[in-house]
Design a protein around this ligand. Structure first.
Ligand SMILES: Cc1cc2nc3c(=O)[nH]c(=O)nc-3n(C[C@H](O)[C@H](O)[C@H](O)COP(=O)(O)OP(=O)(O)OC[C@H]3O[C@@H](n4cnc5c(N)ncnc54)[C@H](O)[C@@H]3O)c2cc1C
Length: 389
């Protein structure tokens, strides 16, 4: 008899959401996370403001996590604008219906993690192994074995990797992945500003820099600045007043005078896409499957969706007394998640290339509107994704 039905490596949003979605099955689930339990229960602020789609909100509601987030932690997103250098508006994303309609909403990553963790605390069948990493994994048709860093060994019918975009589990399963290290980093910081943002997110691709402002109330935003990594490291070391002035200047004073509220946090940029999302007795979810560029704000949403898709297939299998790790089930998961992600992943990377390339052809395409025309299908796909219920 194996120790568990399923071992999940990584208690980030994808791993937690997946474990929670299996609650009706009563399956025995091991959740392994190298962060300490106290950190999972009260995650530190990490500066990430997650733009949740309507679909993700509905999923969080179903999982019992949404009601645990205080209303003041949720900021309405009424639209998004993408600008290119000094040219007029390049792309716009608006909700259907106008008026008070929302494109989605923004919630801090640490609040989502905390609420998801609360839902699995005390869930029958879930055993948490916190404060210990995974050293080694092995999976074959007959099942999976996981060796923990503290020397314990666990066995299960199915192994699920939810251990982020540089997934060690994915590597040890021998699943190759496309990995693009972009040589740039993102600096995120909360700022207050003199002028209102009207609930509109702005993304500005200027020469040599990309800067976004995500609305967290009328006069407060999350500033997201992307530059070559050395430049970001230098700016991140500025004292608070200098940093606020730098962000204000780089945003061309469009929101008036700024002050630093919290941060900064720095994230090196890399995009990843696994060649397969499953192998014998194993599956990849969340960033371990698809590590999106944050520019279109879909990584979390797709990660939550991947866990929901796999959990749904497993719930159906359990209800029909079928195996939970059959090759057919895992192939179905892979096919569904590929359809959900491939076009958005490639489209997002294309958008980033078109709007950040500095060679003459790219500048010409941007100036003449060719870039916007080429991006029209991506724009439609992104808006549809944001609005999907
Ligand atoms: C600045 C920024 C802004 C973003 N904004 C958005 C947004 O607006 N909308 C959106 O949809 N997405 C956004 N994203 C992306 C989103 O944050 C990620 O897609 C999401 O966090 C991925 O969740 P995950 O659970 O797959 O991985 P993670 O959140 O990376 O969690 C992985 C977990 O696995 C654990 N772990 C790793 N290795 C091991 C191991 N060997 N053993 C045990 N545990 C391990 C880690 O400690 C961690 O807790 C943003 C990302 C960044 C950087």
């Amino acid at each position: 008899m194996r120790d568990f039905d399923i071992i999940v490596v990584g208690a980030g949003p994808a791993g937690l959401g997946f474990a929670r979605a299996l609650e009706p099955t009563g399956l025995r689930i091991a959740l392994i996370e190298r962060q300490a339990e106290a950190e999972l229960a009260s995650p530190p602020v990490d500066g990430r403001e997650i733009a949740l789609t309507h679909r993700s909100v509905a999923t969080l509601e179903r999982l019992g996590a949404w009601d645990r987030i205080a209303p003041e932690g949720v900021s309405a997103l009424r639209g998004a604008r993408v600008y290119n250098g000094r040219s007029p508006l390049a792309l716009g994303f608006d909700p259907e219906g106008g008026g008070d309609a929302r494109l989605g909403c923004l919630v801090s990553n640490h609040l989502i993690r905390q609420s998801l963790f609360e839902t699995i605390e005390g869930q029958p069948g879930v055993t948490l192994f916190a404060g210990t990493g995974v050293d080694h994994v092995h999976a074959e048709r007959a099942g999976a074995t996981v060796a923990l860093a503290d020397g314990r060994t666990l066995t299960a019918t199915l192994l699920v990797a939810a251990d982020s975009r540089f997934s060690m589990v994915r590597d040890q399963l021998g699943i190759p992945a496309e990995i693009n290290r972009l040589g740039k980093s993102m600096l995120v910081a909360r700022v207050s500003h003199a002028l209102p943002n009207n609930g509109i997110a702005s993304e500005w691709f200027d020469y040599g820099q990309t800067i976004a402002m995500l609305p967290l109330g009328e006069r407060r935003s999350s500033a997201v600045l992307t530059l070559p990594s050395e430049a970001i490291e230098r700016i991140a070391a500025y004292p608070p007043e200098l940093l606020a002035a730098e962000i204000e200047r780089r945003f061309d004073q469009r929101l008036g005078a700024m002050q630093l509220v919290s941060g900064p946090h720095v994230y090196p940029l890399a995009t990843t896409y696994a060649r397969h999302f499953a192998s014998d007795s194993a599956a990849l979810i969340g960033d371990a499957a698809v590590g999106m560029h944050p520019v279109t704000a879909h990584g979390f949403n797709l990660g939550l969706q991947s866990g929901a898709t796999l959990a749904h297939l497993i719930r159906v299998a359990v209800a029909r007394h079928r195996p939970i790790a059959s090759p057919l089930l895992l192939r179905r998961y892979e096919a569904r998640h590929r359809i959900a992600t491939r076009a958005l992943y490639s489209g997002t990377n294309l958008l980033v290339r078109l709007y950040t390339a500095e060679h003459r052809g790219a500048r010409f395409a941007r100036r003449t509107g060719l870039a916007a025309a080429r991006m029209a299908p991506v724009n439609t796909a992104i808006t549809r994704m944001l609005l999907r219920h």
